[in-house]
Design a protein around this ligand. Structure first.
Ligand code: CP3
Length: 344
């Protein structure tokens, strides 16, 4: 019998000899192999072609001794199935061509099943699972959290002040509820289907919520929906990671959403998170992704701080505090992983 992967044990809070390590957005432009595929295909084309998505998912696994793979997709394609036009524009990032600007467009949003709209990703999961099983590397499925998706759907792209999404939230509470409820429906189904297809853990990305909202607005307008999503996918039986960006000031509230693992960014120290949330909480994070651009001595100090601040509980999955950046030097990724695994 093959040993249970250290990543899955750590997710469940079981004792592990060392922290598992993987990197958010580990398949991406910092890898020459990824850039070669991107020279030929658009991002959405890769996502919508199971064989290409499977190939790209495996690239970082072949290159580095990572403890988990994450299926290659993005948080935004499920919005296409709801009726929003999504493109990725060079230098600009994601753009929604027909953003939500009134309550009527919320009522027009569909909630089709993931088998109809995200079939390519589900197929990619099936394809990579057979390959990963032979390497004993577990596969993570993922989706965006309701707030981060609502923010893209309403703002139409990235945002600095989140004026439009927050205005709708403040002015039209009934419409906000309808929108968030639709997003929970779509994302719950999508995540459960990913598990059926072979995902062995799930991560929910709420990347922007803490950059937009204070604790009271989070509690009243976001927490109920994120909690409903995390509860809805708990019945899949696989561990669930909740990534919450920018919410260091009110992690106690975020913690109430649930999930087996809480993933935090680098703007808060793990020592403080431990102190505030206790020794039992399984934490993921939280190296500053820009530390990977530093010379090794400096990078090592940052890694040591993360490892030390976790507090010696062993309830920790090493990761970045946010997705890895496009220009990241490959050799520092290798050194980071070897160092965390104690092989250097
Ligand atoms: O982790 C992985 O390897 C899986 C793939 C993955 C992508 N996006 C592929 C991608 C995952 C998990 C995501 C999640 C995602 N997408 C998040 C949450 C994670 C985080 O960093 O907070 C967010 C906010 C998005 C939305 C998004 N997608 C943005 C803002 C951008 C443009 C910015 C950028 O990095 O270019 C994308 C594009 C994107 N998604 C790329 C990749 C590899 C780069 C696109 C390219 O190849 O041109």
């Amino acid at each position: 019998m093959t040993a249970q992967p250290v990543f899955l044990k750590a997710c469940r809070g079981e004792p592990v000899g060392r922290p598992p390590v993987w990197l958010m957005r580990q398949a991406g432009r910092y890898m020459p192999a990824y850039r070669r595929v991107r020279e030929k295909y658009g991002l959405l084309e890769i996502i919508r072609t199971p064989e290409l998505a499977a190939e790209v998912t495996l690239q970082p696994i072949s290159q580095f001794p990572l403890d988990a793979a994450i299926i290659f997709s993005d948080i935004l394609p499920p919005l296409q199935g709801m009726g929003l036009d999504l493109t990725f524009e060079p230098g600009k990032g994601p753009v929604i061509g027909n953003p939500i600007r009134d309550t009527r467009s919320i009522d027009l949003l569909g909630t089709p099943p993931a088998t109809e709209t995200m079939g390519a990703t589900l197929e990619a999961i099936r394809l990579v699972r057979s390959e990963l099983t032979s390497r004993n590397v577990p596969l993570i499925g993922f989706a965006g959290a309701p707030f981060t998706l609502a923010s893209y759907a309403i703002e139409g792209g990235g945002s600095r002040s989140y004026t439009r999404v927050k205005s709708l939230m403040f002015r039209e509470p009934a419409a906000w509820k309808r929108l968030m409820t639709k997003l929970v429906t779509v994302q719950t189904d999508y995540l459960l289907r990913q598990v059926e297809a072979g995902a062995q853990a799930l991560q929910v990305f709420d990347s922007f919520v803490g950059l937009a909202l204070g604790p009271d607005d989070y509690r009243h307008n976001v927490l109920p929906y994120t909690r409903a999503l995390l509860q809805g996918i708990a019945r899949s039986g696989v561990p669930v990671i909740h990534y919450s960006g920018g919410t260091g000031a009110y992690l106690e509230v975020v913690n109430e959403a649930g999930g087996d693992v809480l993933s935090v960014d680098w703007r808060v120290s793990l020592a403080e998170v431990r102190h505030r949330l206790g020794a039992d909480r399984v934490l993921q994070g939280n190296l500053d992704p820009v530390a990977l651009f530093a010379p090794w001595r400096e990078l090592r100090t940052h890694i040591d701080t993360v490892l030390r601040d976790e507090g010696g509980t062993g309830r920790h999955i090493f990761n970045l505090g946010q997705g890895i950046l496009p220009e990241t030097p490959m050799e520092n990724v290798t050194r980071l992983i070897d160092y965390v695994k104690g092989e250097q």
